[in-house]
Design a protein around this ligand. Sequence first.
Ligand SMILES: [Zn+2]
Length: 79
Amino acid sequence: MIVSIRDVSARCASCGGTEFRQLDAGAVRPATRMACVQCNSTTTYRELLDSIGEEAMRRANEALAKLKKNSPRRRKSRK
Ligand SMILES: [Zn+2]
């Protein structure tokens, strides 16, 4: 399975793979153990979600920086 929120997918910390398989039976919970299908390194669903959050934050900051750069004075900000 690919763990993703919107267009951000969780990546394996070891190999960068995005495909994981669930090690614990049942519904996926934050504590559910996940294994990378490529290198078999294990993590948890919570960690994968955390990494998505970090990536999303990084992208948001990047987009914001780009926005500021591209339109330095398109509209004066009101206070
Ligand atoms: Zn991996």
